[in-house]
Design a protein around this ligand. Structure first.
Ligand code: ZN
Ligand code: ZN
Ligand code: ZN
Length: 181
C-alpha cells in the first residue's frame, strides 16, 4: 500500500522489525568425543578420537544425535555469548576460556590453536534462565581442560583433546541447555 492513502492515520503505525536472523541448525553431538560440531559444511570436522586402522581417520560422528539449533548473539533472548566455531575441527568452543585451554584436535596451528575465522558468534541458554520457555536438553557444559562444549548426560564424558575425558566441576560454570529442531 502506498503511503498517503489516508488509512494510515486510522491504524496503529506499522513497525517493521529488523529482519530476524535465522538460528542455525545442523549442529550435532558426536558419540565419540561427546562434543558439539557443525555438520552443515559437508565434511565431518576432526574428532579428538582417531579411528580406522592406524587411528588416522578423525571424523566426528552424528549417529544418535538430534539436530541442534544454535542462536546467534544478535538474536533476541538472553544467553551466554562466548561461543565460536573452529573451521579446522568443526567443534564449538568457548572463546572466553584461557586460550591455553583451547586445544584444536587437528594440531595444525602453533600452540594447538583453533581457527575461528568465519565463525558466527553464538549464545547458549544456561540454567536457570530459560528465556525461550521450557524444554531443551540440559547437561551441556564447558570442559575445563579444553573449553569444548560437551554433553555430560550419558555417563562417559567423551574424549578430550587435552587428554583423558572432558571434565567439568560440579557447581562451577554454566549448565547449558540446547534445543533441537
Ligand atoms: Zn567427535
Ligand atoms: Zn579446532
Ligand atoms: Zn575437554
Amino acid at each position: 500500500m502506498a503511503a498517503g492513502t489516508g488509512l494510515a492515520a486510522l491504524t496503529a503505525p506499522l513497525v517493521t522489525p529488523a529482519p530476524a536472523r535465522a538460528a542455525q541448525h545442523l549442529w550435532r553431538w558426536c558419540f565419540q568425543c561427546s562434543g558439539l560440531w557443525f555438520s552443515g559444511n559437508g565434511g565431518n570436522g576432526y574428532c579428538p578420537l582417531g579411528t580406522g586402522l592406524f587411528g588416522w581417520e578423525h571424523p566426528h560422528r552424528s549417529a544418535g544425535s538430534g539436530d541442534y539449533v544454535l542462536r546467534f548473539v544478535d538474536e533476541p533472548g538472553a544467553g551466554q555469548a562466548s561461543w565460536v566455531w573452529c573451521r579446522l575441527c568443526s567443534g564449538l568452543w568457548s572463546s572466553s576460556a584461557d586460550p591455553s585451554h583451547r586445544r584444536c584436535p587437528t594440531g595444525s596451528l602453533p600452540g594447538g590453536r583453533h581457527d575461528f575465522v568465519n565463525s558466527g558468534h553464538y549464545k547458549l541458554e544456561a540454567l536457570p534462565d530459560m528465556t525461550n520457555g521450557p524444554g531443551g536438553q540440559a547437561q551441556w557444559f564447558m570442559c575445563r581442560k579444553c573449553a569444548a562444549l560437551f554433553f555430560a548426560g550419558n555417563g562417559p564424558q567423551g574424549v578430550c583433546p587435552a587428554g583423558g575425558s572432558h571434565e567439568h566441576q560440579a557447581g562451577v560454570g554454566f549448565e547449558h541447555v540446547l534445543r533441537q529442531v
